[in-house]
Design a protein around this ligand. Structure first.
Ligand code: DGJ
Length: 733
């Protein structure tokens, strides 16, 4: 008789090898159950709220159908599959059965590995699950290997599969474009295939995002309802498929996009698919966001436990017009407003070819001494004099054909053999072949040389402004050309790991033509990402709203910029621009010398206040309250401290009509029994709000909310069509 063992991964480590049937992978609030009976196919049983021991024992009798947990192609497979291969003998089928289940501890996480072997071929798939003790996330991926005589071709290699029960399931995903990233799309899942994909090669979150949510019981709600969230942690091309077929389930698959990427797996080589991070919450979409954010801060984001500095970035202030005096002036200005860091953007480098526009010099990472006669040393000295840290922009994965690097190493770029390269930004940009170890050394060297020469550099803005537009690697063999995308990202990962090993304290921003690199594949190496090149505060509300579904405010660079805005040409008052920027990692993207003293004073106060609320914004729990996408004329969200003794509430009017009706916004995430004192930040009104300094119970604030005036009480000449409020709530004894 087979022994039935329940392996409670996440609670205790059971013996290393188990004759397990049901394996329960648990976090504090969730359970995932698979049936791993030896000699049989691995079956998916359950994913959702945490099961009690009693329910777990009886789960097989609950009538739940059992699907293959990792469907493979070849036998009885009319549906979608996760894995499809071609053995050397031409056989295109697989039939996997469970060999063993093992668990191991990895720091404060537990990894469960279920090893499957093909019935006939020495071909193996390990299905892996990783649970953290302190975050409600289960990471799952596979490790594929074989011992066949010759190489096996992997045609399809998803990271994971999850069946989701039908029943008015709504799907939330992000879709956008350059300068319009992170747009939220919500739709019911209907029969047919929904595919979310990326094929850029370099940047993977401009259009689609590799993260999605499933609201299981009808139209998505922010703070109620059962929701599954999934994030594919990968820096490269991905494909997420949801097949709503004739069964009772939506079939969800996620992994690397295999298009033009068939992989030749050599004997004894292991192919590891990227992790799919899964979470489940009974507290709606915001609940899933909070799970992702917590996991990000604790485990996935570089320095997730460190407050971010308030910075000024030079791009929109001066563009390519970098010079020593100009940089010094900007440093003095940001310092005078209370900022802590200055970042010099594009335009500082190039010797033979000077970087005066986007059409040359990438790859030539030497200082342009005509612009900066005192060099980086001079800039660092100025930063020190002004009392701010210094950061610098690079785009190390790229070259221009007009560069010394390209003249020396034309073979280092990605390019189809016998064809002229398709050129990117500026008409001359090309992508370096990161699969080539020599190129990896070069790219690592860009950071290493800067940091060795100028160890006081505190921050690097790492940009990437072109996708892979040419299929061809000079480094890879002709039979391995389909590995190009995968090898690019393996190379990038190796570079990032080397950088992090040598420079663990450096702050690095992932920028990629704006928000092209907001993905958990990047975040272990990067402290934050640039949400978008679009700094228009009104449009940022929409983009930051969507992006906050999966990423915490601490990672979302959000800057106060000029009016009219440089992307939309919209003129938005400074107060509103500040109020939006303060809901993320606050910074500035402006020429301060063009600001009036009054504007600078408003920014100075906002920066001082941001320092006070920074721990709540950057380490707090998000509660989204009114969505801009619901077009109710207002958008609102808040962050609460983990102890619920402090909160910051944001309210932005998104349109203006005379005598309009806006909803009163109920707060969330407070402690009902605590009394909170209200204080408005960034006040511009001539008189304080009615509730300034007043105290209300969390219960009242959450069931009624405060009545926010629709306009600002300012002098006539200051009236405009924007209104916004930031309220700081502090619990009083
Ligand atoms: C694109 C980035 O998103 C911008 O912020 C800026 O750094 C430019 N590149 C510089 O070329």
């Amino acid at each position: 008789m087979k022994k039935e063992l329940y392996l409670l991964a996440g609670l205790a480590l059971s013996p290393m090898v188990l004759m397990a049937e049901n394996v329960c992978i648990s976090t504090a609030k969730t359970s995932l159950v698979v049936n791993a009976t030896e000699g049989q196919e691995l079956k998916f049983v359950y994913y959702g709220e945490k099961l009690s021991a009693e329910d777990l024992k009886n789960i097989n009798n609950s009538g739940l159908p059992q699907f293959s947990a990792y469907p493979v192609y070849g036998l009885n497979c009319p549906g979608e599959t996760a894995l499809a291969v071609k053995h050397a003998d031409g056989n295109m089928s697989l039939q996997m059965e469970v060999e063993k289940t093992e668990t191991r501890r990895e720091e404060n996480a537990i990894v469960t590995v279920i090893t499957m072997k093909d019935k006939v071929y020495p071909f193996y798939v390990d299905v892996c699950y990783k649970t953290y003790q302190d975050a409600d996330i289960i990471e799952t991926w596979t490790e594929i290997s074989h011992n066949e005589k010759k190489a096996v071709t992997l045609n399809q290699f998803a990271s994971a599969y999850l069946p989701i029960r039908r029943g008015n399931v709504w799907f939330s995903s992000l879709y956008g474009s350059w300068a319009n990233e992170g747009r939220l799309v919500q739709e019911p899942l209907e029969p047919g295939m929904k595919v979310i994909k990326n094929k850029d090669g370099v940047r993977n979150s401009h259009t689609a995002h590799g993260e999605v949510m499933f609201s299981l019981d009808g139209k998505p709600q922010e703070n109620s309802g059962n929701v599954i969230g999934a994030a594919l942690c990968y820096t490269g091309n991905y494909k997420l498929r949801i097949d709503t077929d004739d069964s009772e389930y939506h079939q969800f698959y996620a992994g690397i996009n295999e298009e033009n990427s068939a992989y030749t797996l050599e004997k004894e080589e292991t192919f590891r698919t990227p992790e799919l991070a899964l979470t489940f919450s009974e507290e709606g979409l915001s609940g899933v966001s909070r799970n992702f954010h917590r996991w990000a801060r604790l485990h996935k984001l570089a320095h997730g436990d460190k407050l971010r500095k308030i910075l000024l970035n030079s791009w929109e202030g001066v563009y390519f017009n970098i010079n020593q005096e100009g940089m010094n002036q900007m440093m003095a200005d940001i310092a005078s407003m209370g900022g802590e860091l200055f970042v010099m953007d594009d335009g500082w480098f190039g010797d033979k070819y000077k970087r005066n526009s986007d059409n040359s010099s990438l790859g030539d990472w030497m200082v342009d001494t005509t612009k900066l006669p005192k060099g980086i040393e001079g800039l660092i000295a100025d930063a020190e004099k002004n009392g701010v840290k210094f950061g610098i922009w690079i785009e190390p994965e790229m070259a221009n054909t007009t560069s010394e690097l390209y003249e020396k190493h034309p073979e280092w770029i990605l390019k189809a053999p016998q064809r002229d390269p398709v050129l990117g930004r500026g008409g001359t940009q090309v992508v370096l072949d990161l699969g080539n170890p020599e190129v990896q050394d070069f790219v690592f060297g860009v950071v290493d040389n800067l940091m060795t020469k100028y160890p006081k550099i505190d921050y690097i803005k790492w940009d990437a402004n072109m996708g892979i537009m040419n299929h061809g690697s000079n480094y890879l063999d002709k039979d391995e050309q389909s590995h190009m995308y995968i090898e690019y990202h393996r190379g990038l990962k190796k570079i990032c790991q080397r950088i992090r090993a040598k420079y663990p304290d450096l702050t690095i921003q992932a920028c990629a033509s704006g928000g092209g690199r907001a993905n958990y594949g990047y975040l272990p190496y990067f402290d934050e990402f640039w949400v978008s090149d679009n700094t228009d505060a009104l449009q940022r509300i929409y983009m930051q709203w969507g992006t906050s579904y999966f990423f915490p405010a601490i990672a979302m660079a959000s800057h106060i910029s000029a009016a009219p805005n440089h992307q939309t040409f919209r003129t938005i008052p400074l107060k509103y621009r500040i109020d939006v920027a303060m809901s993320g990692r606050l910074g500035m993207e402006i020429q301060p010398k063009n600001m009036t003293d009054e504007e600078k004073e408003l920014c100075r106060k906002a920066i001082a206040d941001y320092k006070n609320i920074r721990p709540v914004v950057q380490f707090g729990d998000i509660y989204r309250l009114v969505s801009p996408y619901d077009r109710l004329g207002v958008a609102s969200l808040m962050y609460t401290s983990p102890e619920k003794d402090k909160a910051v509430f944001y309210w932005w009017k998104t349109e203006t009509f005379c005598n309009q009706h806006l909803p009163r916004v109920k707060m969330a995430g407070l402690s009902p029994d605590k009394m909170y004192r209200i204080h408005e930040l960034n006040r511009i009104d001539n008189s304080p709000l009615k509730f300034e300094g007043q105290t209300f119970s969390g219960a009242f604030l959450m069931s009624n909310g405060l009545e926010i005036p629709y306009t600002h009480n300012v002098d006539y000449h200051k009236l405009n069509d924007y209104a916004s409020r930031v309220l700081y709530l502090e619990a009083v004894k």
